[in-house]
Write a protein that binds this ligand. Structure first.
Ligand SMILES: [Fe+2]
Length: 296
């Protein structure tokens, strides 16, 4: 995540998964015996860094979920142990996967309240960025909010919507919604702007940048606007979208998207850093440090 464009990722997925088989739905038993002392130390370092940084920056729901799950600070957590609390709280369950999985498999899992978590962890020299999700991103970044009933429902609805979007040829639009909410979302609270997106929460530098930098735009949540907005996969985001509450997010995404997809197909996409006249702008970014390379 957030790697500079010249960075070439090592083939870490293949290396970590050597000799492991997965089922047709891409799940496998979490291979606990494969974690080395170095892997656990990497988890502990990342966990300590983010926990020092996040209070006052991340939303309360995230910290509440992290505490309620009793996520291990010093070693890669055992998914089954976390499942005891997660299943009881919201009916979600973690499943171990080898890495990124096909869209339709991912959606099917989410629609059934199964959250795929990459089992392996990054190498020590990759603490600050990684091009593909690992267990720290997937578990630390995503799972605490699955303890929140409203967010838990939102993610299930996203999975259900994903299968439909694929059939309608609208996956890029839905992917943008996931990107700007689940991965890079900000939320307004009585105490100020807070982070809830997993891509931010699991990144030391973006946790600070997204809230404190003058560079990015911060724009009020608008479903159709987001569905038209391209994004950055190799740098910090040029724009962050801000929700007022998780209920707003759930309510806005509850209706059938089919007519929206139809309407948006004839409209042009919006660049990652662009502001449009209808935007409810909280901050116009000063664009410092923005890359000229193409948006995704
Ligand atoms: Fe993610």
């Amino acid at each position: 995540m957030n790697a500079p464009s010249e960075f070439v990722a090592p083939d870490i997925t293949a290396r970590k998964n050597t000799g492991l088989e997965h089922a047709a739905d891409f799940t496998l038993p979490q291979p606990l015996e494969r974690y080395s002392a170095e892997d656990h130390a990497t988890w502990a370092t990342l966990y300590r860094r983010q926990c020092a940084l996040l209070p006052g920056r991340v939303c309360d729901e995230f910290l509440d979920g992290l505490a309620a799950l009793d996520v291990d600070a010093d070693r890669v957590p055992n998914f089954e142990r976390l499942n005891e609390k997660l299943v009881a709280a919201t009916g979600w369950r973690l499943i171990a996967v080898p890495g990124l999985i096909p869209d339709e498999v991912f959606f099917e899992h989410l629609a059934n309240r199964r959250f795929p978590v990459t089992w392996w962890i990054r190498e020590p020299h990759q603490l600050d960025y990684l091009q593909e999700p690992d267990v720290f991103h997937d578990l630390f970044g995503h799972v605490p909010l699955l303890m929140n009933p409203v967010f838990a429902d939102y993610l299930q609805a996203y999975g259900q919507g994903g299968m439909k979007a694929k059939a309608l040829g609208a996956l890029p639009m839905l992917a943008r919604l996931y990107w700007y909410t689940v991965e890079f979302g900000l939320i307004v609270t009585p105490n100020g702007l807070r982070i809830y997106g997993a891509g931010i929460v699991s990144s030391q530098s973006e946790s600070v940048y997204c809230l404190e930098s003058a560079s990015p735009n911060r724009i009020g949540f608008d479903l159709e606007r987001i569905m038209r907005t391209r994004y950055r996969i190799d740098t910090f985001q040029k724009s962050y979208f801000v929700i007022d509450s998780f209920a707003q997010l759930f309510d806005a995404t509850a209706p059938d998207f089919t007519p929206i997809y139809t309407a948006l197909k004839s409209q042009e996409t919006i660049g990652a850093g662009d502001i449009v006249p209808e935007d409810r702008v909280l901050q116009v970014g000063d664009r410092e440090g923005w890359s000229d390379s193409a948006d995704a």
